[in-house]
Design a protein around this ligand. Structure first.
Ligand code: IVH
Length: 668
């Protein structure tokens, strides 16, 4: 595989994970689609596609561990996309070729493509019994209890419905319900789709119950008896059974597709919910089953996506924001303009070079684009303002006034103020409390900025000292006894943190979640990581070389880590933090090679190592530690004065180890 293709596939994988598992997209739908097409084109040109094909055929991402899994009786697949009349015509031509039809126009059902998440609903003996998300298409998450909080979900089917039937559809949140939810809580969802996904995938259905979710039914899964001979008739049956079916759906002939597409594209911004295209499905179910599937998608249906939405407006000013690593990021302040139903006031300008390349200046009329959910982008200038001058990027931090510099080939200019720059400090604190890091409910951006401004917190360890400040917090404007208590409880619940999350939370440059995991696996405990990092501050030291040779880390990140540990105030912060919290060890990288991996172990008698440590060491190597001896026990580690467990091990003929033998196996 070429490295370019590999890089594209890696980006697709990351985007899949962010979108489906983390409910937090990292790119626009348009960019994602463009990446997929690029990969498809590159794959078509070469002959060794297996691994790459799997990435492209992956639908969604693996089910989240926290829900129990449901294997779909019929896989839940995805849809191929088209972006214009030509591609749609080609899609129809492929169907005709496949079926050996002549020029007869095809009959479709056209349905709005709802921007939500797909759901499978199973009814047995005409009673609702199960709901599952799509997951990876083969296995989804069991969200039955959550679905039961939807008032509009039919709980049973009328007589005449099949004994067993699975109905599929889309769970979504209306634009109005999404805005109301975001207004009511500090943590904002990026868009209605993420809000719907985040609300549905709650372990506590009581939370789902407070969110306003809706459902459109639109597809068949497994069924004990056929329900209809056309998709249209199937939708009619669903309506009879009490499901809500999208009222804009229509039976159309092939030549009408383009005008349907246009009509819906115009209506889009007025709809109560987000749609991102139209799905065209062959109406005749017999033809559908003959057409079947290829890869991840059916041959009998396609999603014709809408183009990204554009508008033009006045660029009022270019503002500079300072991030947690000191990066100076420009954003455009615009005269508010409606882009596809969303009022846009800010757009990203990425960096200094981008502004120069586009040569956009305050006073210009610019064109902007909003694709799906992420921050709108400036495409370019439409009209030069009358009295404009080229924008000069500041060489000082707009917040603390420190010099802002650009390293050799870095596109980003950074404030050199470090922890003396209030913007950097508060951004770091925001990162520290964020979802992938300490994940402290209630410590969102607004709270952190206010607490920081008022001196309640100045650095990360202060967050854990807030637990002594309940009364002071309760007395603040907008707070009360209950909200203060909730915040303290949320902080308390995060006093134990797994090592990878801890490393990520520190916000070291280039150390995102993936690299934090790599480091945690390599060094396994906080103490050994810290010791190695401190030693690695010396260029050329064994520790620096070891760090740079960890697969996925490399010398650049090693330098960033060393720079972080070379700062005495960072070490002081780490020590202060370690005094407040417990950092749990990570399983080591060599886990699957360890002779203890997958083994069940019982410790008995007195060991020189304390029992919790022995247990943790064994677990870190992938072993399962249990209290009682049974036939399933692989090893019984026998210390001094062992009693009945040692006797039982002998009776069952199990393998027993002395402490020294255990240490040898564990590599201690
Ligand atoms: S039919 C085998 N119909 O779009 C085809 N899907 O990009 C099953 N979607 O996973 C899907 N509205 O979550 C179908 N009217 C509609 C839809 C729709 C939204 C979603 C669905 C699917 C995804 C594919």
């Amino acid at each position: 595989m070429t490295s370019e293709l590999e890089a594209i596939l890696a980006r697709i994988k990351a985007a899949n994970l962010a979108y489906h598992t983390q409910d937090s997209p990292i790119m626009t739908d348009a960019d994602y689609d463009a990446l997929r097409r690029q990969a498809e084109a590159m794959l078509a040109a070469q002959s060794e596609p297996t691994e790459a094909r799997t990435t492209l055929d992956d639908v969604g991402a693996a089910a989240d561990q926290k829900f129990s899994k449901i294997t779909h009786a019929v896989p839940m697949l995805s849809l191929d996309n088209v972006f214009g009349t030509e591609e749609f015509t080609e899609f129809c031509a492929r169907i005709r070729r496949f079926l050996g039809l002549n020029d007869a126009p095809l009959r479709f059902v056209a349905e709005p493509k709802i921007d939500g998440l797909s759901i499978s609903l199973t009814y047995e003996a005409r009673k609702f019994v199960r709901a599952a998300t799509r997951g990876d298409g083969t296995q989804g998450e069991d969200v039955t209890a959550n679905l039961l909080t939807l008032p509009t979900l039919p709980r049973s089917l009328p007589p005449g419905a099949p004994e067993r039937i699975e109905i599929r559809g889309e769970i979504y949140m209306s634009k109005a319900d999404f805005l109301a939810l975001n207004n009511a809580q500090e943590r904002k969802f990026a868009n209605p789709r993420n809000a719907a996904a985040g609300s549905l995938r709650q372990l506590d259905p009581a939370i789902t119950a407070t969110r306003k979710l809706s459902l459109f039914a639109y597809a068949q899964g497994e069924t004990a008896a056929p329900v209809a001979t056309t998709h249209w008739a199937y939708l009619e049956r669903l309506k009879d059974w009490g499901f809500s079916v999208n009222p804009l759906s229509a039976q159309i002939d092939e030549p009408q597709a383009a005008s349907f597409q246009e009509k819906l594209g115009l209506a889009r911004s007025q709809l109560a919910y987000d749609i991102d295209g139209v799905v065209y499905k062959i109406d005749d179910l017999m033809l559908q089953s003959r057409l079947g599937f290829v890869g991840r998608a059916p041959r009998w249906a396609v999603a014709w996506k809408f183009p990204a939405e554009r508008a033009s407006t006045l660029l009022e000013a270019i503002e500079i924001q300072v991030g947690r690593t000191g990066a100076l990021t420009p954003r455009a302040r615009l005269t508010p303009v409606n882009v596809g139903g969303v009022l846009v006031q800010y757009a990203t300008l990425h960096n200094e070079d981008e502004i120069a390349r586009k040569d956009v200046r305050p006073g210009d009329i610019v064109e902007l684009q909003r694709a799906g959910d992420v921050i709108p982008q400036i495409l370019g200038r439409l009209q030069r303002g009358e009295t404009t001058t080229p924008f000069i990027f500041p060489d000082r931090c707009p917040v603390c006034g420190s010099l802002a510099v650009r390293d050799n080939d870095d596109v980003v200019r950074r404030c050199t103020g470090g922890l003396t720059c209030p913007a950097q400090v508060s951004e770091r604190l925001i990162h520290f409390c964020s979802r992938g890091a300490f994940d402290i409910e209630g410590m969102g951006e607004k709270t952190i900025v206010e607490f920081f401004r008022d001196g309640l917190i100045t650095a990360a360890p202060d967050i854990f000292r807030l637990t002594h400040q309940e009364a002071a917090i309760a007395a603040r404007e907008g707070w009360g006894k209950l909200s203060a208590r909730n915040l303290i409880a949320a902080i308390e619940s995060r006093r134990v943190i797994p090592l990878p999350r801890f490393i990520f939370a520190l916000g070291i440059r280039h150390v995102g979640e993936t690299n934090a995991k790599l480091l945690a696996r390599h060094y396994t405990s906080y103490q050994s990581w810290r010791a190695a990092m401190q030693a690695a501050t010396i260029i050329g030291s064994d520790e620096r070389l070891e760090l740079g040779s960890i697969s996925g880390i490399g010398p650049i990140i090693a330098t960033d880590l060393a720079a972080f540990f070379a700062e005495p105030h960072n070490l002081a912060t780490l020590d202060a933090l370690a005094a407040e919290i417990t950092i749990a060890d990570a399983p080591s990288a060599g886990i699957s090679e360890s002779p203890l991996a997958g083994k069940t172990i019982v410790f008995t008698g007195t060991l020189s190592m304390a029992r919790p440590e022995a247990k943790a060491r064994a677990e870190a190597l992938g072993a399962k530690v249990t209290e009682s001896v049974s036939k399933k026990t692989d090893y019984v580690v026998i210390g001094a004065e062992a009693g009945s467990k040692a006797k039982k091990a002998a009776e069952l003929g199990l393998t027993t180890l002395t402490e020294d033998e255990f240490r040898a196996l564990a590599g201690l």
